[in-house]
Unconditional design. Structure first.
Length: 341
């Protein structure tokens, strides 16, 4: 590819949001009704505002009377799970507006979980004729959408614990990976977060659980002020490192701290990765996860309103999603303009 393309920011104009729907053959089977209720709220929040691309083996029964069907585009496809952020295309735009649909290898976060069906979703979507753009085979490189953040102007934010984790691209050095990312995404710089951790996280510290790029050289991030919390040391170290980051023209970022969610546990007493950083930016709204923690939920909304002025801030109860160790951003993927046929 010639260097006439860029990786759009999430707040760049969008055509679709993708959801990969849970079903009885996924790990959600034991709580399917509960998670479908969450997905239904997500689907309504998305399709009432912009087109929704839905992937599932069969059309979900709970959507048979869906009120926003005119904005719903369904593709039947076998799936292992629901984490669209990590198995979907990562889309570049050429300077002339033509999309480049990059299909990276998804291997279940370093071969922790089965991903054989999910790794074929992209090729099936392209064959289904719902996506406009040039298909680019990148399956020789393992990369999940939740592990990278772009400002659309040449800066990529990522975490070293994830991209350097075993069973992803462990034949490559950090320098090798950075060189690859710069060439593949036409970047000016890669900012590596060396710290950051969430109990119960299966992704080896995806950046979208910890810190997010926002407009106007802003980074919102999870802040932990409780020195007794198991996350304090790592998140404080991350906060200090974020203060050292600079834009491509040498300016420090405006840092906006999100609250640390109160500890939430599963039936076995294991802490779940509740995080307010796992929000989704849409064309005119920001969907963010709530956890039935009124003060924290409200504070997260206030911070996101400051980071995204002019956008509606919409909370979605994501207590169901964190039971499988993800949240709102993890189950969605945006496609920039011109992808929708």
């Amino acid at each position: 590819m010639e260097n006439n393309y860029f990786l759009p920011s999430e707040w760049y104009p969008q055509s679709y949001i993708q959801l990969t729907w849970p079903h009885a053959e996924t790990d959600w089977a034991y709580m399917l009704d509960e998670v479908e209720a969450c997905f239904l709220q997500l689907a309504k929040a998305i399709a009432s505002r912009q087109p929704l691309l839905l992937v599932a083996p069969e059309f979900p029964k709970v959507l048979e009377d869906f009120e926003y069907k005119d904005n719903l585009y369904f593709v039947s496809c076998p799936t292992n799970d629901t984490w669209a952020r990590d198995h979907s295309f990562i889309t570049l735009l050429q300077d002339n507006g033509t999309p480049l649909l990059l299909d990276f290898c998804f291997n279940g976060w370093g071969m922790k979980f089965a991903a054989c069906k999910d790794n074929l979703i992209n090729s099936r979507l392209k064959d289904a004729g719902v996506l406009n753009g040039e298909y680019i085979n990148c399956r020789n490189f393992v990369l999940e959408g939740g592990s990278i953040e772009s400002d659309g102007e040449g800066t990529l934010l990522t975490t070293a614990p994830c991209l350097l984790a075993p069973n992803r691209n462990d034949t490559m050095t950090k320098d090798d990976i950075e060189k690859y990312l710069k060439e593949r995404f036409n970047l000016k710089q890669v900012l590596w977060i060396d710290h950051g951790y969430l109990a119960g996280d299966d992704t080896d510290s995806h950046v979208d659980t910890l810190a997010r790029l926002c407009p106007d050289n802003t980074i919102v991030y999870v802040q932990c002020n409780d020195t007794e919390d198991e996350h304090y040391t790592e998140l404080h170290a991350m906060e200090e490192q974020l203060k050292t980051f600079r834009t491509t023209d040498g300016r420090p970022y405006r840092l906006l701290p999100l609250p640390m969610a109160e500890a939430t546990f599963d039936e076995e007493g294991e802490r779940l990765p509740a995080t307010y950083a796992n929000f989704l930016v849409m064309n005119k709204a920001v969907l963010y996860p709530t956890y039935n923690q009124p003060e924290n939920d409200k504070q997260a909304a206030r911070i996101l309103a400051e980071a995204f002025p002019g956008r509606e801030i919409v909370g979605i109860d994501c207590r169901a999603l964190i039971k499988q160790h993800g949240s709102l951003h993890c189950v969605t993927m945006q496609y920039p303009e011109n992808v929708k046929l």
